[in-house]
Design a protein around this ligand. Structure first.
Ligand code: FA5
Length: 337
């Protein structure tokens, strides 16, 4: 092979390299010049017959050219790949788009907001407290000493540290009274935990605690406030009833039931065939609780209540299984938008 012939291959390769416009051009170029039968590979084979000096010189030149072309092809390929990514896609723009899913406020969050809106105009201030509590705030300060059988009324999740997951929002009463001076009115929403699960019970659920302390607060005030809340949330004419009850931190104590809307009072699995659903516990703050926070029970009286948020939401929206609130099925959540 003559030097002129090598020069011709070189010129042709450089000219064609500049003209490459697509990845398939690039593949063809590779085959034509650098492939097994490509002209440069061929030329390298043919120089075997040349005299030693000329073979060395021509071989070096051809190898240099091959190296140069391989480097250039690599950078050309990157450039072409980049350009091809930018090309408009071959798609049918008349196809209907995918409908985006929009989030909404969870029904339990809605009920909590509504409850706060019912009580704040009555002078109740919204406060919160920790979910990991000590036995002192969750039980002892609420007149439930260690030996008291009422500790078993609420199956408790204990942590290894000895702390516990609060079983009710009532410890917030203690924290609020220790942090403030009477008179006071607070409303405290939050998550609570109990080892309990069926259609009406969930191991994690929500309560809203209410507490009012003043110089003259009576049991009638408590019943009046609770009846007002029931009318506001469930509407005029809602069937409700008060039953005597027992809580160590209130005396006297009551529970309030609402007529079951799932069965209209006929009896179903949600109301255990009674026609009623219990939605809250309440009572007059026990003097021992007032003493635990250094309030003089001779001067101050109060009432407190603890509302079950899920039960209220079940009645309001006619939901017959508490677990639906936590399974987060989109079809269920979308129905509250
Ligand atoms: C209490 O938790 C008291 N701390 C309430 C209280 C506050 C009484 C202040 C007096 C003064 P109880 O365990 O009954 O009480 O729960 C209150 C409400 O929470 C119940 O009426 C019910 O509506 C709801 N509730 C109780 N357990 C569950 C559960 N496992 N799942 C869903 N809701 C529940």
């Amino acid at each position: 092979m003559k030097i002129e012939e090598i020069q011709r291959i070189k010129d042709e390769a450089l000219r064609e390299l500049r003209a490459l416009r697509s990845l398939s051009d690039l593949e063809n170029f590779k085959v034509k010049f650098l492939g097994k039968k490509g002209s440069i590979t061929q030329a390298l084979r043919e120089i075997k017959g040349l005299p030693l000096e000329e073979r060395k010189k021509t071989g070096a030149e051809l190898n240099q050219l091959r190296q140069y072309l391989e480097d250039e092809l690599e950078s050309k390929k990157r450039e072409l790949l980049f350009l091809e990514e930018d090309k408009p896609l071959d798609i049918d723009i008349t196809l209907p788009g995918r409908r985006p899913l929009y989030g909404g406020v969870h029904p339990l969050a809605k009920v909590i907001d509504e409850l706060c809106e019912v009580f704040t105009p009555l002078g109740f201030e919204v406060v919160t407290g920790p979910e990991i509590e000590s036995e002192y705030y969750n039980f002892t300060a609420l007149n439930i000493p260690e030996w008291h059988p009422a500790r078993d009324m609420q199956a408790t999740f204990y942590l290894q540290s000895g702390a516990l997951l609060r079983t009710h929002t009532s410890p917030i009463q203690i924290r609020a009274m220790l942090a403030r001076k009477p008179p006071l009115r607070i409303i405290a929403p939050g998550k609570v935990y109990r080892c309990d699960a069926d259609v009406r019970h969930s191991p994690m659920f929500h309560q809203v605690e209410g507490l009012m302390v003043d110089r003259e607060v009576s049991f009638s005030d408590l019943k009046g406030v609770l009846s007002y809340f029931a009318r506001e949330v469930f509407g005029e004419g809602t069937r409700l009833r008060f039953r005597p009850s027992y809580f160590p931190f209130t005396e006297p104590s009551l529970e309030m039931d609402i007529g079951c809307v799932i069965c209209g009072g006929e009896g179903c699995r949600v109301c255990s065939n009674t026609g009623w659903i219990e939605i809250l516990g309440a009572g007059m703050v026990h003097p021992e609780v007032l003493r635990a926070v250094n309030y003089d029970p001779e001067q101050w009286q109060g009432f407190a209540f603890g509302l079950g948020v899920e039960r209220i939401a079940m009645l309001k929206y006619g939901i017959d299984d508490i677990r639906l609130f936590f399974e987060n099925h989109l079809y269920f959540l979308e129905s509250f938008k």
